[in-house]
Design a protein around this ligand. Structure first.
Ligand SMILES: NC(=O)c1ccc[n+]([C@@H]2O[C@H](COP(=O)([O-])OP(=O)(O)OC[C@H]3O[C@@H](n4cnc5c(N)ncnc54)[C@H](O)[C@@H]3O)[C@@H](O)[C@H]2O)c1
Length: 314
């Protein structure tokens, strides 16, 4: 018998999770408190799944869509589920109120999992009877195209729950990052934050344009980063591997680091320059089209990575 997931909150992230689970064979129930929202999400999923077929990442849309249904009330959404993926707005009060209900209504052995971007799980699970089965699975958007998802335990989450969460994520094609303990920003937003801080500083202090920062990534660093991380990158960038790299080059980064400690004000004058550059490239009215373009490029990259891993190795 196939397993069932409840997607609670069916906005941008909830509906993307639904595709990830349903594609892997899970029955998927959508629930949302806004009237008509879950049914509307179900409608919006159709073209997204078609894009996967067009990109060669899925053979047939129909069975995936057939596994996704709408549940009008929370109790029926949660009946017999193995996994609850909460994807409601990033507001600790909303999450706290909802999680009390999830813990009360979901089967005792179901995992309760939040998509939160930056709220550590202890903040909304502390007082729950079933707090041992609660964790965060934070995806990048959209999770049916980008596999990484960080699994974050609260201090009271069982190790066995984390192991099961990892196994489920891997079984649906995700690439879980399993944190050992919770931390503000988790892993990926801390890495992204470090990069964004430097990007804003470089533009704010007049060293280069926003376009050139973007070029340094898309035509430079990120070409490697799309198939290996910074540690593997430096392991391959010195004849003797990572230890050799650190011996040779640490002093460069040591020298830079004190110059990276002050913040640029993201909402200060630098923002006007970045907005002007960005809107000259992509007008405000074209942003939605450009998001679709991004998702199609991501799918093409995913297909390429899959083929390259098969033909060249991972
Ligand atoms: N947007 C992103 O790129 C992104 C990426 C990763 C994680 N997240 C996280 O995912 C979560 C959802 O974000 P989103 O962008 O999908 O938000 P969204 O605003 O698009 O969707 C939230 C949905 O939750 C519904 N909702 C509100 N209260 C509810 C309740 N009590 N029960 C059921 N449904 C309820 C709303 O009606 C809405 O449809 C947030 O915690 C966010 O931080 C977002």
């Amino acid at each position: 018998m196939s397993e069932t997931v409840a997607i609670v909150g069916t906005g941008l992230v909830g509906r993307a999770w639904a595709i990830a689970f349903a594609r892997a064979g899970w029955q998927c129930r959508l629930h949302d408190t806004a009237p008509g929202a879950a049914a509307a999400a179900r409608e919006r999923i159709g073209p997204l799944v078609d894009d996967l077929v067009e990109a060669g990442l899925l053979d047939d849309a129909a069975p995936v869509l057939a596994r996704i249904t709408v549940a009008d009330d929370l109790a029926s959404a949660l009946a017999d589920v193995a996994w609850v993926q909460e994807s409601v707005p990033e507001d600790v009060a909303i999450k706290k109120a909802l999680w009390a209900e999830l813990d009360r209504l979901a089967p005792a052995d179901a995992l309760l999992v939040s998509s939160t971007s930056a709220i550590v799980p202890s903040r909304f699970t502390e007082n729950l009877a079933g707090r041992h089965r609660c964790l965060v699975a934070h995806p990048l958007n959209p999770p049916y195209v980008i596999p990484a998802a960080e699994l974050v335990p609260a201090p009271w989450t069982d190790d066995a729950v984390m192991q099961r969460a990892r196994a489920v994520m891997e079984s649906i094609g995700m690439a879980p990052i399993v944190m050992k303990k919770e931390l503000d920003g988790f892993v990926m937003n801390r890495l992204q934050g470090a990069l964004l801080e430097e990007a804003f500083r470089l533009v704010d202090e007049g060293y280069c344009s926003a376009e050139d920062v973007d070029r340094g990534l898309k035509d430079g660093l990120a070409l490697r980063w799309s198939f290996m991380g910074p540690f593997e990158t430096i392991d391959l960038n010195a004849p003797g591997g990572v230890a050799d790299y650190c011996r040779r080059y640490e002093q460069i980064y040591q020298r830079l680091q004190p110059t990276m400690l002050h913040r640029a004000d993201w909402n200060g004058p630098v923002l006007e320059r970045i907005v002007a550059e960005r809107r000259a490239k992509v007008p405000q009215t074209a942003l939605a089209d450009r998001q679709r373009w991004r998702d199609r490029r991501l799918m093409a990259l995913t297909a390429h990575k899959r083929n390259a891993a098969r033909d060249i190795g991972d």
